[in-house]
Design a protein around this ligand. Sequence first.
Ligand code: UD1
Length: 451
Amino acid sequence: MQETDFLEPNNITLNKVGMRDKFIIEGRHKLKGEIDIWGSKNASLPIMAASLLNSGDLILDNVPPVKDNLTMAEILRYLGLSVEFLEGDKVLIKGEPKGYRAPYELVSRMRASFELMGPLLAYFGEAEIPYPGGCRIGLRPVDLHIKGFESLGAEITVDKGFVCARAKKGLKGAKIHLDKPSVGATRNIMMAAVLAQGETIIENAACEPEVVDLGNFLKSMGAEIEGLGTSTIYIKGKKELQPIDYYKIIPDRIAAGTFIIAGIMIGKDLVIKNIEPEHLQSLFIKLKEAGVNSLQIRDREVRVKGEKVWKGIEVTTMPYPGFPTDLQPQMMVFLSLAQGTSLIVETVFENRFLHVGELLRLGAKISIDGRTALIQGVEKLKGAPVEATDLRAGAALVLAGLVAEGVTEVLDVDEHIDRGYVALEEKLSTLGANVKRVSYEEGKKVSDLSL
Ligand code: UD1
């Protein structure tokens, strides 16, 4: 990572070339107190992209300064906007886009940047975005995005690694059936269709709250969209949208779920605030099935008391309102400590069990057969050095470290966990955990600390 990678001054510590961050966690410290959950990263990203369609000054509220959002801000700046992170998780976005080609160096950091294609195509009638590569949790193709844009009349070519979309005469509304309810494809098509001529119908659309939030943002600019949160979305294209000056993003349900699971395993009395309980129903149902009865769910918060025992269950990840794949690794840590056997079936991504190898190092008993993990509950986990392999796997390893006996080192925090969690070590320390962030030389993976 280059020292100049992230230009934002706030909250994020820059690393020198060849340096990485790790967390050193001394386990078994009880969590108590209150934690405010920040805004949804997965809603902020497409809404920042959609701000290309707004004119005038816009304040987006509840945008956490996580690395992915900083990357999106940098891409928007590259495209000609002014983007400034303000106090209190607000972002001020000004100006009009001047270019429609996004740079590989920035896009390659984050797949969600492909969602700039929809708004750029709507605005300029053309867009050029580097083909996003695969990532560790799966191949993650963009064929559904591309088919959607083609249905809207765009001509798509791939040139020197860039996906180039052109619709010089404008986009035309169409009926689009997604083979899978892809979150990204639904959002990308939606952003293009709001300025297309005529009506677009997206069938088998994703119903995730982050899709609904983007839809509501577009609606607040005057876009005509119906069916948000259902599998059929209707969009009546408009000639232009109206400028808005403020929009507040929904809370991050995955961050909330991460703290809820932590609280059950190692909490004394933890209040998780600023959440949307409706978005966490599938988690609440599974926790109840495992025998967790102490959650007190209120209007915008949940009170978690630590549990001593819980039992093994079966969990299958599914598109919303099913159990979120982004909470699967955290749930696996929880089930590793359950009484009896559990099954986790991962149906969304083909390779999202990379954390299993690391959990084995901590003493978990897990075997994998294709997309199914069989988890034999153990009495305790024991600290060890482990590597964050992706964002949510990293969060899961932190949870494991919090509950494990002894010291756990979680490596590559800056590359993965910082993408989606704001200063996680500070938040956990405020709640009573013993977590330190330490820099280390890349290649020298384990510190000299005796574990
Ligand atoms: C979004 C979330 C991610 C979450 C995922 C599923 C953001 C920034 N990221 O990712 O955290 O884990 O939803 O809830 O919001 N697929 C195709 N072709 C496509 C597009 C997707 O085959 O053109 C496949 C993917 O490989 C995957 C499945 O569809 O197997 C779901 O992916 P998708 O819903 O698109 O996830 P993302 O939008 O990338």
